[in-house]
Structures are given as C-alpha cells and as structure tokens.
Design a protein around this ligand. Structure first.
Ligand SMILES: C[S@@+](CC[C@H](N)C(=O)[O-])C[C@H]1O[C@@H](n2cnc3c(N)ncnc32)[C@H](O)[C@@H]1O
Length: 247
C-alpha cells in the first residue's frame, strides 16, 4: 500500500496550493508546452498545460479535482513513459518520500525534454531556522535528517541545477511543515499535523512532550516574547528551495 493511502486521507483540507508559491513554480516551468507532474498528490500547483500526473497513492488520486489532468498510478523510480515524453517534468515536495531518489531523478531526466523543476527543502537551513523543530521537536528534526536529500546532491543528480530560495508567506495556504511559522497555535491542531508527513511519520508519542511545552509557552506568552521579531515578518526563508534544471 502506498504510504499516502494512510497519510493522505485529509490532505485536501489543510494543503491548498498557495498562489504565491504557485507563481514561483509556474515561472520556473517557463514556456514549457506540456508538463508532467510526478508525485502529484491531489494536483496542487499543476498549471493548465499539465498533460499527466504520476502518483502512487489511489487515495491522493481520488482527491484530484474534476477536470484535472489524467493520473497514472506509478512511482518516480519507474515512470511508465517514453523517453522525452514532455517538455517539462515537475516534482513538488515529494522526493523525500521516494525509496530511491537517484533512480527517480534519473527517470525525470529521461522523460523531460527541456526542464525539470523540483521543490524541496534544505534540511541544514530548516533545522536551524524553524523554531518548532529546533526548540520543541528534536525527534522530528532527527527524522527529517534521515530522509532529506542534501540540495547539493540533488543538483548533482539533476546534472546541475539553479537553486532558488522560496520564502514562505506568513499566511501560506498550503499547510506543509513550516507553513505556520507565524501561526504557532496551528501546530497544536491534530488536523494540521495530520497533513504534514514529518509529524505524521515521527509519531504522536515522540511529539507529545514538545507539543506540551509549546502549549505552555503559548499560554504563558513566552513564545511571543521569544519570537517577537518573527511577528513583524511577512515571509520567511525557512529552507524551502526550487531546483531548476535544463536537460
Ligand atoms: C507531500 S505530497 C506532495 C504532493 C504534491 N506534489 C503537492 O505538492 O501537493 C508527497 C507525494 O509524493 C507521493 N510519493 C510517495 N512516494 C513516491 C514515489 N516513489 N514516486 C512518486 N511519488 C511518490 C505521495 O504519494 C504523495 O502524494
């Protein structure tokens, strides 16, 4: 069973594509005429020129909107597509789930004629700048250490890539890991955590002490005292990165 058949049941509730991040992804795709979305999930960020979604979880495929591009149930490591099948291939917030990222990225390079766009995060930046994993949830940071692919390695596997920071807006509508960096109460909501694989896969028992400490700090005002500077920011570079490669 695909992991997102379990993790993805409420994805659509908390993971709505953010228009500002969408603009960055669409700019990175340039004028590519056809796009294939690998690890497509429910279809977030797919431009209208998307011709195919590749996704291993039927639960995620079932949440795609009517009228979205057709989806095939498959993994990045073995794309059921001919070489050079599309102008561009994108893989957003998915590479860290692949059992063999090197094989998956080689497949993206085989299938993309011109452009590959990958959205991921730099774990070194993330674990240092994101107060939640740094100060409250070290077990979650340690879990991410095991699955995040270093940005330099990703760029190498793509045959070279331009790397662009993607700052996260303070009111980001896509509830991924650090989306609520200025809305700390959100992390106390189990529905929010359920939509974030980092927390769902670290497990509630390991998270419980850190979440209790966060609850206390929010109740006493300690969090707001410590992070007063964050509350004045409109967006923050928490480590999310776009990799843009030409094939
Ligand atoms: C966090 S979701 C991201 C979905 C979508 N790209 C988005 O930005 O909303 C990660 C997705 O990667 C998919 N995935 C997991 N392992 C995969 C693999 N080996 N190949 C392709 N996709 C995979 C999951 O099923 C899930 O839908």
């Amino acid at each position: 069973m695909a992991i997102y058949d379990t993790l993805g049941t409420t994805y659509g509730l908390t993971r709505r594509p953010d228009p500002r991040i969408a603009a960055r992804i669409h700019a990175a795709l340039g004028d590519s005429a056809e796009v294939i979305n690998v690890g497509a999930g429910t279809g977030s960020y797919e431009p209208p020129r998307t011709v195919l979604a590749v996704e291993p979880s039927q639960v995620m495929i079932a949440q795609r909107l009517p009228g979205a591009a057709p989806a095939v149930c498959a993994v990045a490591e073995r794309l059921p597509l001919r070489t050079g099948a599309a102008d561009a291939v994108m893989a957003l917030l998915t590479v860290h789930h692949w059992t063999d990222p090197a094989a998956g990225l080689a497949e993206l390079r085989r299938v993309a004629r011109r452009r590959i766009v990958v959205l991921t995060w730099d774990q070194a930046v993330f674990r240092e700048r994101f107060w939640l994993v740094r100060d409250y949830l070290p077990s979650a940071a340690a879990y991410d250490d095991t699955r995040a692919v270093p940005i330099g390695r990703l760029a190498e596997l793509l045959g070279g890539a331009r790397v662009e920071p993607v700052p996260v807006p303070h009111d980001c509508t896509d509830g991924f890991g650090a989306a609520f960096w200025r809305r700390p109460d959100a992390y106390l909501d189990p529905r929010v955590r359920a939509g974030i694989s980092l927390f769902a896969q670290t497990g509630e028992d390991a998270l419980a002490p850190g979440l209790a400490a966060l609850g206390d700090d929010l109740a006493t005002g300690r969090w707001h005292e410590r992070h007063a500077g964050l509350l004045t920011l409109d967006s923050m570079d928490v480590g999310y990165r776009l990799l843009i490669a030409d094939s």
